[in-house]
Ligand binder design. Structure first.
Ligand code: PRP
Ligand code: ZN
Length: 297
């Protein structure tokens, strides 16, 4: 932490694709927040961790200067900052978060004569990611003019400001709504947890590590189910074989019923009714499938 603060600060997108999922992840990691009146600051009530709600493009800068120790942001935003300011110490990616998947892509107006990457030579491309685009154009050996826009990039072709755009595409709805289509993917991205290059004191490192482990625990529970059942001991091999188990199932003996066992297994794949019916046919009873909220290995 910054020497004037004894609380960790984590920057999260204020409004956009990542906002809600990011806050939801922090809640699932066990943080309880109270919002400030202006709703730009969330005070951590049960841990010394506060959330700052900001424009996603500001997150790398906040990490670089040390105003926040952690941030949840698209990898594309971090990469843009690193390429744009290579002389600065860069925030490091702690881990990918498995949501906010998207791609940075070049798109052109429907009906455009641009049909191949080589057609971009000598044209104007509008983007909020000039460094990533410049890097990609260099790798492709293409010279084109980059027009930097900080919002509404998708309307640039209609305004006559550019022939093509380079922007994030998630569902593709924004492109379709603006009569644009993708020409080529420049990079794939997703939300990541990033750490400030200034977060180096032992106390900060320990706090960050604790939060990282909690976030990991919340994420590893995603899609995991706990299957519980009882069955005759003799049916165990057949049951085990049928299970899409993630780990070796735990088998427990039952008091006073030596020929029966209780079993629990973590499963990552969907356990539908058909699975349960088959298990029942093999002799299992008392079947239960529970959602796993968090795990700590
Ligand atoms: C991106 C991009 C588009 C939209 C595309 O914005 O700028 O506006 O997402 O998504 P779609 O393919 O599902 O329509 P982002 O969430 O990064 O917000 P920002 O550009 O305002 O920071
Ligand atoms: Zn943005």
């Amino acid at each position: 932490m910054n020497e004037n603060r004894d609380r960790l600060r984590i920057a999260v997108q204020k409004s956009g694709r990542l906002s809600e999922v990011s806050l939801d992840l922090l809640r699932r990691a066990g943080l309880v927040f109270r919002a400030s009146r202006d709703r730009l600051f969330l005070y951590g009530e049960n841990l010394p961790v506060d959330v700052l709600l900001v424009r996603d493009d500001d997150i790398p800068g906040l990490l670089v200067e040390g105003s926040c120790e952690l941030g949840i942001v698209g990898r594309n935003v971090l990469d843009e900052q690193r390429l744009a300011a290579p002389e600065q110490p860069a925030p490091a990616e702690v881990r990918a978060l498995g949501f906010g998947g998207c791609r940075l892509a070049i798109a052109v107006p429907d009906g455009s004569a641009i049909t191949a990457v080589s057609d971009l030579a000598g044209l104007r491309i509008a983007t909020s990611y000039p460094a990533l685009l410049a890097d990609w154009l260099r790798q492709q050996g293409i010279t084109a003019e980059i027009v930097v826009l900080n919002g509404s990039v998708e309307i640039a072709p209609r305004l006559g400001k550019a022939h093509a755009i380079c922007d994030l595409v998630s569902s593709g709805a924004t492109l379709a709504a603006n009569q644009l289509h993708e020409l080529v993917t420049v990079m794939r991205s997703e939300a990541v947890l990033a750490v400030s290059p200034r977060a180096q004191t032992a106390a900060t490192t320990a706090q960050i590590e604790r939060l990282r482990a909690r976030i990991g625990g919340a994420l590893s529970g995603d899609g995991v189910r706990l299957l519980m059942l009882q069955a005759p001991r003799s049916a165990l091999p057949a049951i085990t074989q049928l299970l899409p188990a993630r780990d070796v199932p735990s088998v427990l003996s039952l008091d006073g019923r030596p020929e029966d066992v209780a079993m629990q297994a973590l499963c990552t794949t969907a356990l539908d009714w058909q699975h349960l019916e088959e298990l029942k046919r093999l002799g299992a009873h008392g079947l239960m499938v529970l959602n796993v909220e968090r795990m700590l290995a």
